[in-house]
Design a protein around this ligand. Structure first.
Ligand code: SER
Length: 318
């Protein structure tokens, strides 16, 4: 049977790449993109696009009854730095949104659901390097608390109601198609835009702040692979650790300098520094590798040259 795929929160950093990849696989008309705000360009032109507010029951009912999706990717959320500015709104969107989407997926008998968790589920008490799947998890940001609670919900809904939710803990994601909004790892995307526009970048995270990161194509591959894997491959029903590579701002800057020799970086850490310091530096993803054959394709060298190449050709095509 051909699937009908609904992506909630399509206009965000992950959604933008996910919708175009899914439409290449399944065809434009099978992938319904949706967001709380209107979009323009290919997302609206290459397949259905609908305005959906995941906090509004009648808005959710309208889209589920119109399309009767068989697979749902629920990406609508507020990231770490913005959620620290608006903790109540962050909690409401990340948690109430999740409850409402899970409940309507049960009602409409959706076959499979993907929901992203994050390295933000870890906290100051977590082992910093090679962080295992299960360990002390004491997140101290509202975003991290919402993601850890969400993970428990995923497992609970699977065990209690049989809802087939799959989840991964995204590290910082680096892509060129859409800019991220409100995350602590966003510097690793902004730096490329500034390097090409101005030849210099002032980082809001300090030198030495090593975080787990991943190129967007690998994140999209992991997202689609886990969602399409046979159900018995998925042995962890909360959320899987996955890893790409780890670096600090100075490592990324020196890799960019290999392509743009005059590039310069300066450091002006702000509030996001504390968030970054509460997170792991590297992740052990052996369960994802063993259970559903996860393996990244990109290291930092390949990620940097691909980012620069794509951003340059995008700029010259405008
Ligand atoms: N990239 C996210 C953030 O920085 C973490 O999942 O908020």
């Amino acid at each position: 049977m051909s699937e009908t795929i609904l992506v909630l929160g399509s206009a965000g950093q992950v959604g933008t790449d996910l919708v175009s990849t899914l439409r290449n696989i399944y065809g434009g008309s099978r992938v319904i993109a949706s967001d709380i705000k209107p979009v323009s360009g290919s997302m609206a032109e290459e397949g259905p696009f609908e305005i959906v507010d995941v906090l509004n029951d009648s808005s959710l009912t309208a889209i589920f009854s119109k399309y009767k999706p068989t697979i749902v990717y629920h990406l609508a959320a507020m990231l770490s730095a913005t959620a620290e500015e608006h903790p109540k709104k962050g909690w409401e969107l990340n948690m109430d949104g999740l409850f409402k989407v899970f409940d309507i997926c049960l009602e409409y008998k959706v076959k499979r659901i993907f929901w992203p968790s994050s390295i933000a589920v870890f906290g100051p008490g977590t082992p910093k390097t090679n962080t295992p799947q299960n360990c002390v998890m004491d997140p101290n940001t509202i975003y991290g608390i919402s993601k850890l609670t969400g993970e428990r919900y995923c497992e609970y809904y699977y065990n209690r109601w049989g809802l087939d939710v799959r989840s991964i803990r995204y590290p910082g994601l680096i892509g060129w198609k859409a800019k991220p909004g409100g995350g602590t790892t966003d510097y690793a995307v902004d730096i490329f835009h500034q390097a090409l526009d101005k030849g210099r970048y002032t980082s809001f995270l300090n030198k030495g702040t090593v975080l787990p990161m991943m190129y967007m194509d690998d994140a999209i591959k992991a997202t689609i692979d886990i969602t399409e894997a046979p159900a018995d491959f998925i042995k962890i029903r909360s959320s899987y650790n996955i890893a790409g590579f780890s670096f600090g701002p100075e490592d990324l800057a020196s890799e960019i300098t290999r392509h743009i020799p005059s590039f310069e970086i300066a450091y002006e850490p702000d509030k996001r520094q504390l968030i970054a310091e509460s997170w792991p530096q590297s992740i052990d993803d052996k369960e994802a590798r063993a259970h559903w054959n996860w393996k990244p394709d990109y290291d930092i060298e390949r990620m940097v040259s691909t980012m620069l190449q794509n951003l340059k050709s995008f700029a010259s095509s405008k």
